[in-house]
Design a protein around this ligand. Structure first.
Ligand SMILES: Cc1cc2nc3c(=O)[nH]c(=O)nc-3n(C[C@H](O)[C@H](O)[C@H](O)COP(=O)(O)OP(=O)(O)OC[C@H]3O[C@@H](n4cnc5c(N)ncnc54)[C@H](O)[C@@H]3O)c2cc1C
Length: 506
């Protein structure tokens, strides 16, 4: 994937796109894969980097959502479990199985959650990842040696999927590109173009050069997550707001707080939230919170009370109490929750998805979650094809093997032939090599130091301080690859340090 070639295709005045997709998160990228796989001429634009917003800030689970079962939303769980199975099948290099243990401290938890998780197994059917079962107190402590033993009665073990969200996003972009789609990051839709009150395209600004391009498309899909209302109001200033963003924060701790192979799942903290402590990339991810916020932002910041909540609750379940100094990184994401509405066309339950078509034909796809991105895309592209009167072609993603991963990128031996120093680690505390920076630029459209350290690698989330220390080396190597000068290096390092400071607890 080369951005220059993508921009040239985007700027081609002769190009007539079947579909323009706005937004390069899970939903938009899923739409691009779906549309390109059906053979539609597909263009996707993302105003920042792929997965910059919510899609790189999730809990990293491919799951049916045990919580939704508690809410009685069986249909949603069933759909998500099916999607979990399909994704495991289509991207085995990106989804792994993880065991979760619900620790039991009161007499009623074992039967109550035990029955719920049996139902979860049942709903997964033959796409299940393994049966749930009760664990004795000893077995629980064997699997979770640092779990708080006082008052512990036992646990229930069950299985779900785990992934790296930003990596899956890049993999979807590569898949769509391999199918003939054109995708550009740092390309923002600044206005929609209409003809006789019907949407016929958009004006797109290349944010690297500030040059604007007008593109024509038979249908336009708005897949902008928490920014959905901005696009809807670009289309119709009178459009009612339908998104209420809710912030979720995670903290990252050293793995010594929870060694072993299993995660902890607390279905209900005393204020009714779900808490996860999950091994991820050699660290421990603890989350999350649910805080209503007034507006959508690209770089939301964790509140101190959210971090305190996570530290206090982690301390309840772990023998070693984590404190603020133990937090390697703290990050926030915004859930694009769809407000409940009485309008039957748009009715939706929270975290479910809905497709809406405006009077001028703008197709907005909202809600959902990473796990269900494929189904969301299928529904949105079906709708878009109908609105635009495109030739009917069936969805082809159910068994589509996703691209990306190691098999698709230049191998380490090939790169180190070019420069043996590229096998060196970026930083002693980070599991990445200089060669990863080169691959990110050459094959994954990384354009900034942040793209490399936050999303092509996950250095920012694994250890924000170490990632700041690595920024200079990354900037210099990127400058060589991209043909940039000293000034660029300096401004990139400064911008990255400012950004990453927001992931440290001050
Ligand atoms: C804390 C938290 C934990 C979660 N955990 C999980 C989990 O474990 N498993 C799971 O399945 N789901 C999880 N989710 C849900 C999942 O992350 C989201 O549903 C999903 O990432 C939303 O993707 P999206 O593409 O709709 O939105 P986004 O990722 O926000 O993408 C929208 C994109 O549109 C772009 N955009 C906006 N305006 C424009 C414009 N004018 N021009 C061009 N581009 C534009 C934005 O820059 C953005 O990148 C979690 C969510 C949160 C917040």
């Amino acid at each position: 994937m080369k951005r220059d070639a993508m921009l040239a295709a985007l700027a081609d005045k002769q190009a007539a796109w079947d579909l323009l997709i706005i937004g390069g998160g899970a939903t938009g990228l899923g739409c691009a894969v779906d549309a390109a796989a059906r053979g539609y001429r597909t263009l996707l634009v993302e105003q920042s980097d792929f997965a910059k917003a919510t899609s790189s800030r999730s809990t990293k689970l491919i799951h049916g959502g045990v919580r939704y079962l508690q809410q009685g939303n069986v249909g949603l769980v069933l759909e998500a479990l099916r999607e979990r199975g399909l994704l495991t099948q289509n991207a085995p290099h990106l989804v792994s199985h993880l065991s979760f243990i619900v620790p039991n401290y009161t007499w009623w938890e074992a039967p109550f959650y035990g029955v719920g998780l049996k139902l979860y197994d049942l709903l997964a059917g033959k796409l299940g990842l393994g049966p749930s079962r009760h664990l004795s107190r000893e077995e629980t402590l064997q699997r979770l040696p640092t779990l708080e033993p006082e008052g512990l009665r036992g646990g229930i073990i069950y299985f779900d999927g785990q992934f790296d969200d930003a990596r899956l996003a890049v993999c979807l972009a590569q898949t769509a590109a391999a199918l003939g789609g054109v995708l550009a990051n740092y390309a923002q839709v600044t206005s929609l173009v209409k003809q006789k009150d019907l949407i016929r395209g958009a004006v797109i600004r290349d944010l690297e050069t500030n040059v604007e391009h007008e593109v024509t498309a038979r249908a336009v899909i708005n897949a902008t997550g928490v920014f959905t209302d901005r696009l809807r109001q670009m289309d119709d200033p009178e459009a009612r707001k339908i998104i209420s963003p809710s912030q979720g924060v995670h903290i990252v701790l050293d793995r010594s707080f929870l060694p072993g192979e299993s995660a902890i799942m607390v279905p209900r903290t005393d204020d009714g939230r779900v808490l996860f402590a999950i091994p991820w990339h050699g660290r421990l991810l603890v989350g999350t919170t649910d805080t209503a916020v007034p507006r959508a932002e690209l770089e939301p910041r964790p509140l101190r009370e959210e971090i305190d909540f996570l530290l206090t609750h982690a301390a309840r379940y772990l023998t070693k109490d984590p404190g603020p100094d133990d937090v390697l990184s703290a990050f926030a994401g915004l859930r694009p929750l769809v407000k409940r509405t009485d309008n039957r066309d748009t009715a939706s339950t929270p975290r479910d998805h809905s497709v809406m078509v405006s009077k001028s034909g703008l197709i907005s796809i909202t809600g959902g979650k990473w796990t269900t991105y494929r189904k969301m895309a299928q529904d949105a592209v079906d709708q878009a094809a109908q609105v635009a009167g495109l030739e009917e072609r069936p969805c082809a993603t159910e068994n589509l093997r996703l691209h990306g991963g190691l098999e698709a990128s230049a191998s380490l031996p090939t790169l180190t032939k070019e420069d043996p120093a590229w096998k060196n680690l970026l930083h002693p505390k980070l599991p990445y090599r200089l060669s990863d920076v080169v691959t990110s630029v050459r094959e994954e459209m990384a354009r900034t130091v942040e793209d490399v350290l936050s999303r092509r690698t996950r250095a920012l989330l694994l250890d924000a301080r170490a990632s700041i220390e690595a920024a200079q080396v990354v900037a210099e190597l990127m400058a060589e690859e991209l043909g940039r000068g000293k000034e660029w290096v300096q401004s990139q390092v400064t911008a990255y340090r400012e950004l990453a400071a927001g992931y440290l607890i001050q």
